[in-house]
Design a protein around this ligand. Structure first.
Ligand SMILES: Cc1ncc(COP(=O)(O)OP(=O)(O)O)c(N)n1
Ligand SMILES: Cc1ncsc1CCOP(=O)(O)O
Ligand SMILES: [Mg+2]
Length: 215
């Protein structure tokens, strides 16, 4: 698996709790066919699977990502990421520390860290994480404990402070925001609802990928 800045262009995040009637594996395959460039398994919140059921869904999702040669990240759960030999792990400010992750994860495992402020971004650069998730940019109903949105101005300020650090913007993002977010300095957009709640997830993905290729 090859992971670099351009892998962040259209970053899809999904757990079984994010789909209504559809099979999450079907939604993921549609997104992969539509051209997502990175995937994060985020099984979290009410109704989320745990234990062996969570492992099995993650394993099936990883196989799909491998089929389409798309980097496969796990949200929060380092034990699961190690068990599956995932390409990467994504953590937030209140999760396992980057230092602790490095003590146990294989060196090749990529690390993404969520940040909301410029100070956190500067710290993330010092920690030499592989990318930052900047957000939330807009209001979102997908994450119940999301912080206050920082808007496009937040993206501009943060990416100016750490221009060398790959970054993806997250939170309430739709296709109509993609160009502005890229202009604000982020390398890509991370979305849940824009793809998972779309009537046609493949078409929704293709729109994002097309826009992303236009800049
Ligand atoms: C790409 C990306 N950016 C930010 C987040 C949010 O992570 P975190 O703040 O740890 O919140 P949870 O996702 O764990 O609820 C993310 N998952 N991915
Ligand atoms: C996981 C996460 N972290 C910050 S906002 C968010 C939710 C993003 O979901 P959506 O794209 O549906 O707003
Ligand atoms: Mg987290």
């Amino acid at each position: 698996m090859n992971f670099n800045r351009s892998s962040l262009a259209v970053y899809f995040i999904l757990g079984s709790q994010n789909v209504n009637d559809q099979d999450p594996l079907f939604v993921l395959e549609q997104a992969l066919q539509g051209g997502v460039t990175c995937f994060q398994f985020r099984e979290k919140g009410s109704g989320a699977k745990t234990g062996e059921a969570k492992f099995q869904l993650a394993e099936q999702m990883q196989k799909l990502c491998q089929k389409y040669q798309v980097p496969f990240f796990i949200n929060d759960d380092l034990e699961l990421a190690i068990r599956l030999n995932a390409d990467g792990i994504h953590v937030g400010q209140d999760d396992l520390s980057i230092q602790d992750i490095r003590k146990i994860a294989p060196t090749k495992m990529k690390i993404g860290l969520s940040i909301t402020t410029t100070d956190q971004a500067i710290e993330a650069e010092k920690l030499a994480v592989d990318y930052i998730g900047i957000g939330p940019i807009f209001q979102t109903t997908t994450k119940s404990d999301a912080k206050q949105p920082i808007g496009l101005e937040g993206v501009i300020e943060i990416t100016k402070a750490v221009p060398k650090l790959p970054s993806v913007a997250i939170g309430g993002i739709t296709k109509s925001d993609l160009i502005e977010i890229r202009k604000a300095g982020a390398d890509g957009v991370a979305v849940i609802s824009e793809i998972a709640s779309a009537d046609q997830p493949k078409l929704a993905t293709e729109s994002l990928v097309k826009l992303s290729g236009s800049i």
